[in-house]
Design a protein around this ligand. Sequence first.
Ligand code: BMA
Length: 365
Amino acid sequence: MIRKNATLLIATALCVACSTGNKKPVETPRDQLVHRLFTYAQNGQIAYGHQDDLAYGHAWKVEDWENDPLERSDVKATAGKYPMVLGFDLGGIELGNDKNLDGVPFGLMRKAAQKHVERGGIVTFSWHPRNPLTGGDAWDVSSDQVVKAVLPEGELAPEFRVWLQRAADFVESLGDVAVIFRPWHENTGSWFWWGEKLCSAREYQELFRFTWLYFVKERGLTNVLWCYSPGGDAGPERSMDRYPGDEFVDILAVDSYEFVGSGSVEEARVRYQEELKGALTFLTAAGTEHEKLIALSETGLEGLVDPKWWTETLYPAIKDYPISYVLTWRNAHDKPGHFYAPWEGFEGAPDFKEFSELETIVFLD
Ligand code: BMA
């Protein structure tokens, strides 16, 4: 039923997305990407994504990126196929650094993103910029004046403009490639300086809109799909209270993780599935109402401590919702327990392989 309603909407939205005023066929990379994501949702398919997949994995990383073919991937090693969606994080670009906050060179990121698109994949960027007021990282929530300070009337506006400029320069340097950009994520939590308790709803909306205006209107970066992704536990009211508005958003998404904590894996699974189903029910309705694509922009279970996580936890929780993609977080090369996809030799890998072979889950062959 959910799928049927969504299909009707998607068919309508697809016409809107494809029409360029005079019934021209799909043409720009952005139109093509919108079309593709709507088609997945319409067909009951979900593209699978993995953060940083081509840059490193569990206990390995690309060293000489300029000469590396970028063919290594934990996902490929365990599923036999690349993830369809490749995520990267721009954190650090704002300072003009040559590597991001997790040590990924931006040169490698650019090359991997372009290669992934050439291979037929989709690329998404998140951004964990540092705290421009305190000099701390994105998680520095010691001041609730940061968002206010970076807005056009604020005392840090000129510096923040340079930060936006550096992020936009990177996106522009990718060439004529459409990408999903997901700034100011998990804003219904209060662990980033743009979080719920750190700014008013209006300030948050202005931050998102200002970022959009800078990229789209000032820089003419029209190949970006804008993704708004609050936390999966926030519910409709809190999520939409800070929604920047239909003009500024193409994809409505949520981030939602499974946490085991001190309880059992079984209890964690029940909590996670409940939260996820609640969030995806809300997203499905919001997607219909606002005529937007929907996605599960970040998810996972750290260390995959549930051996059947893919087929018995994640899949049953997402299969009935028209999400265009689901992305699991990174496999750190330097923190042995910090991984969200299997790797070669990991005992839970067969369950992931089974997941990758499901007809409705889309990988990149
Ligand atoms: C977090 C962790 C951190 C990382 C950050 C940005 O969830 O993976 O180690 O620095 O994301 O990628």
